[in-house]
Design a binder for this molecule. Structure first.
Ligand code: CA
Length: 233
């Protein structure tokens, strides 16, 4: 099942699309304009977007550019009017993954969407990293954004917390030494002298709290460092 965002101001079409895509097993969220879509995109994780280019408030094209800045890896299929060839070219140039001309056939939309989502899941697609293999793990990390999610919810992380989490994730199941973490932190641009080693405990503690219910735990490996592991392991 994929989580999809439908952005379409035509109520009839929006409801029809939502119902049909939900019927084939997708989790569908709908937005009637660009502003509503931005709010949803900032607070939820989606696997793909269906975007109408003719929208009130914020145009579809503007929204597409905004989206490409923030979520470069998110697949987007645009819907355009039959005579909107310029829009179509512009849309593809602005980073849409595919397009359909209105009126379109629902079966074709579903086929195009499936293909788009399948392509997006290929490992070569980007820096998305699924943590460990545990079925219970709810953490998802995208190093290219960078952004992390617990389920569909975006995790609020400071720069240091993010650096710590991404280090643990890329070494999941292995020990990361305190020195490794401190080195990563020191190499952050704009940082002063390295954080005192005991501050690390504080950050580990905060990150642990944010990872409650994630299915993951940061284990203290005495004398060696820390290890990200599945709580069911
Ligand atoms: Ca429209």
């Amino acid at each position: 099942m994929s989580s999809l965002l439908i952005i379409e101001d035509d109520e009839l079409l929006r409801d029809g699309l939502s119902a049909q895509l939900a019927q084939v097993g997708h989790a569908v969220t709908a937005a009637a304009d660009g502003e509503a879509a931005q709010l949803l995109l900032e607070s939820h994780r989606f696997d793909g977007v269906v975007l109408d280019l003719g929208l009130p408030k914020i145009s579809g094209m503007e929204l597409l550019k905004w989206l490409r800045n923030r979520l470069p890896a998110l697949p987007v299929l645009i819907l355009t009017a039959r005579d909107g060839i310029d829009d179509r070219v512009q849309g593809l140039n602005a980073g849409a993954d595919d397009y359909l001309t209105k009126p379109f056939n629902m079966a074709e939309l579903q086929a195009r969407l499936s293909a788009m989502l399948r392509r997006a899941r290929l490992p070569a697609f980007g820096g998305t990293l699924e943590v460990a293999s545990a079925a219970t793990c709810r953490l998802r990390v995208d190093a290219t954004l960078p952004q992390a999610w617990l389920g569909d919810e975006a995790l609020e992380l400071t720069q240091r917390e993010w650096a710590l989490l991404s280090l643990l994730v890329t070494h999941a199941g292995r020990v990361v030494s305190r020195e490794d973490v401190l080195e990563t932190w020191q190499s952050e641009p704009g940082d002063g002298p390295g954080v005192a080693s005991n501050a690390l405990e504080v950050y580990i503690h905060r990150l642990r709290r944010k990872l409650v219910d994630s299915g993951l735990n940061i284990r203290n490996v005495r004398g060696l460092g820390y290890m990200l592991e599945s709580t069911t392991a």
